[in-house]
Design a protein around this ligand. Structure first.
Ligand SMILES: [Zn+2]
Length: 104
């Protein structure tokens, strides 16, 4: 593999989440709220946290996402569709395989 910048390498790690969604698990975080009970889910691949505030009756009061640096697009950067991310993921999977096993 050729040299990649840290930014590109991080972005590459986010392709799976952008294609198939985050891989959540419940997680103890340090944030607090005065509006209810904090419930945090964290993505095992990219580290994004979904921070929900749960009310006394179990209702969702608020939901915020705390994303890792460089996850969001920068202004002016081309916005890709889910189908574009699927093609990128297929390409990444192919790069990890020996040449004879590559699909495209
Ligand atoms: Zn993720």
């Amino acid at each position: 593999m050729s040299y990649e910048t840290t930014w590109f390498s991080e972005r590459r790690g986010y392709v799976r989440c952008r294609t198939i969604g985050h891989s959540w698990f419940d997680y103890d975080s340090t944030w607090t709220t005065t509006m209810g009970y904090p419930l945090t889910l964290r993505c095992e691949r990219c580290g994004t946290e979904r921070r929900d505030v749960i009310g006394a009756f179990g209702q969702l009061v608020t939901r915020h996402y705390h994303k890792p640096e460089n996850y969001d697009l920068t202004p002016g950067e081309e916005r890709l569709a889910r189908s574009d991310f699927r093609l990128i993921l297929l390409e990444l999977r192919n790069e990890d395989r020996p040449p004879q096993a590559r699909a495209i």
